[in-house]
Design a protein around this ligand. Structure first.
Ligand SMILES: Nc1ncnc2c1ncn2[C@@H]1O[C@H](COP(=O)(O)OP(=O)(O)OP(=O)(O)O)[C@@H](O)[C@H]1O
Ligand SMILES: [Mg+2]
Length: 316
């Protein structure tokens, strides 16, 4: 049976349904109430509600048929600023139905060069009578100041554990899933406050069973038990190379994790190891070195083995 993607199925339709981002939601709701909107810049990490908030505003202002008053563009898909300008022009030519302005959502605005952003700024000014721009970017610092100063800036943050798990629980209820607090916490930890990631993990885990356990989550998310990683590190630090290597081989070839995933987890675990700070610093440096080699495409087993061997040589 075809199953809808949960991130779409459970995408909030109203601002008030959004998880977290409370201040942003309040400010945006007051714009909707007054039916006036400035140009906006939505800055923040992936999966935190930027596109969602823009869609909610449009729906609340224009109703279910908001699509005729809402244009979504992606700065890195459209071939350059000229295509964007043409599309904006075509869209802005007709007046908004039943309302005084239309909304243009420009995703990944920080992908535009400075020159392209200057051109964008002029376009924003030319069409200011008929259109409001909402620009989205991961980093506001990559947006030129003349644009920033023309926009109301909203900084989206990663969701907190409480906000994310509360939202996941709503999905759990609707989908009649069984999941305990520990598993919800684990999903949050893996997602790092990215709600899209969290919902995707939940949906993938739910394919194997309606009763979701930490084991299923780790499997579907391609993560190792944190315990296994810390065991491996502690063994390596004690110079028990052969035993540490056994765990590594299990993770790579039995559990099928990627070298990059393993090294990311190693990096995370270092901070909670019971070793002096000086050792941690050396560990971090080494991990960074080997992470670089892995991204350059070296053999995963050889590189990770070498890292474990290095750990055994670190003096306390
Ligand atoms: N604050 C939130 N509350 C509830 N669900 C959210 C929230 N943020 C994200 N989501 C979920 O994650 C999905 C992706 O969110 P959205 O498209 O808004 O992310 P984004 O911030 O635009 O990310 P990107 O930078 O990758 O474009 C949504 O469909 C929704 O299911
Ligand atoms: Mg988006």
């Amino acid at each position: 049976m075809f199953e809808e993607i949960w991130t779409e199925k459970y995408r909030p339709k109203k601002l008030e349904e959004m998880a977290g981002q409370n201040e942003i939601v309040n400010r945006l709701e007051s714009f909707v109430k007054k039916r006036s909107l400035p140009h906006c810049l939505f800055a923040g990490p992936a999966g935190t509600g930027k596109t969602t908030a823009a869609l909610c505003i449009a729906r609340e202002l224009f109703g279910e048929n908001f699509k005729s008053n809402f244009l979504e563009l992606n700065a890195s898909d459209e071939r350059g600023i000229d295509t964007i300008r043409t599309k904006v022009k075509d869209f802005a030519r007709t007046r908004a139905i039943g309302d005084s302005f239309k909304i243009i959502y420009l995703d990944e605005a920080d992908a535009l060069t400075r020159d392209a952003q200057q051109a964008l700024r002029r376009t924003m000014e030319n069409f200011a009578d008929t259109c409001r721009f909402i620009l989205a970017a991961n980093y506001s610092s990559k947006i030129i100041l003349p644009i920033q100063s023309r926009c109301a800036v909203f900084r989206f943050s990663r969701l907190t554990k409480k906000e994310a798990t509360e939202y996941l629980k709503k999905i759990q209820k609707a989908e009649k899933l069984k999941i305990d607090e520990k598993s919800l916490g684990l999903i949050f930890d893996i997602s790092e406050g990215d709600m899209r990631k969290a919902i995707n993990i939940l949906q993938t885990a739910a394919i194997s069973s309606k009763k979701i356990t930490t084991k299923i989550i780790l499997q579907t998310a391609g993560k190792a038990e944190p315990r296994q990683i810390s065991d491996m590190l502690n063994l390596a630090l004690k110079g028990k190379f052969t035993e540490a290597r056994k765990i590594l081989v299990d993770l790579l070839f039995e559990k099928g994790l990627s070298g990059e995933d393993i090294i990311k987890q190693i990096h995370k675990q270092i901070f909670s190891l019971q070793i002096p700070d000086k050792k941690k610093m050396e560990l971090i440096t080494k991990t960074g070195e080997y992470e670089f080699r892995l991204t350059e495409g070296s053999n995963e087993l050889i590189q990770l083995e070498a890292l474990l061997a290095q750990l055994g040589l670190i003096k306390s």
